[in-house]
Design a protein. Sequence first.
Length: 395
Amino acid sequence: MIPALNGIKVIELATLFAGPLATAFLGDFGADVVKVEHPRKPDPSRGHGPSRDGTGLWWKVLGRNKRTMTLDLSAPDGAAVLKRLIADADVVVENFRPGTLERWGIGPSVLHDINPRLVIARITGFGQKGPYSARPGFGTLAEAMSGFAAATGEPDGPPTLPPFGLADSVTALATAYAVSLALLGRSHSTRGQVIDLAIIEPIMAMLGPQITWFDQVGYVQPRQGNRSGNNAPRNTYRCVDGSWVAVSTSALSIAERVMTLVGRADLMTEPWFATGSGRAAHADVLDDAVSAWIGKRSRAEVIAEFEKAQAAVAPVYDVRDVLADPQFAALETAVSVPDEDFGSVRMQNVLFRMSDTPGQIKHTGRAHGQDTEAVLAELGLTAEELSALRGKGVI
């Protein structure tokens, strides 16, 4: 079966997380992704997180399904090579600060003169315009500015940041989505689009109706820990064996089943029980009932009883539990991928299953500049030209 993005060539001029993860998503479904790194300054993500034998493991995931080459874009000869590289490309993804590519003579207008159908995705912390556009931006800043951190954490605790690249990951999904739309848009246009993605925005779109709530009734969502202002009981609860489960009751019927199960069906007669907001206002009494019942039982017993009652519950897992769980195994959520250093590496599989154009992770992240000569040879550069570029430090 032919992948959905078969024949699409993507040039990645990005580092760290949002841009590289977006191109990984595209590569998962068949795009030919060529990652361009500076000859002497590799993508910093190669050194992030735990390593094995001096090789960063995060890069194995982030660099999957990509060919890697080196090129100094700030050098005139490097810019010239990029122009040749994008001549038959479909997509460029870059995350330099606004104006950087223009300063090097390879801004969108120049690239579109060479390849009018090129889709150019530009990822920055704050967007291509506005008073903050020139600032350096990272996902952490977006998690703070979007309203996420202010609404996350315990009521009497500080604003809380996630322990992973949440804003970058959401931006990566948004970028892959935007690129796919722009590629589809080329079917009725003669020109590729320029996509402006500010990392502060996609995560804000995931926060629900906060802006609308404030606009209409002046409501500012407070920190509520694991509770929700929309329904209750909704929390994590400790089992007698020390493990944890999460319970959600967004639907009234589920809330009724949970309270019946834990022996507090009497609460269902209260007038406030009928609405999610009413139950949220009485979360203390509901949480007390649920936690008392769960606290006397093992996790296995809790889950079995909830399933029997057709109530919504899930174990709180760490990665060890994820890899041992039969549901994830059935979905093939984790997959072993061939790796040149370690033989194989397990990682998350592609994001979803498509019946006719499935995705696949063919290999892990490759070494810095591993495919430089092969990629440039495809452009027709001779051995002498490659040697000259290498001598100048351009590759």
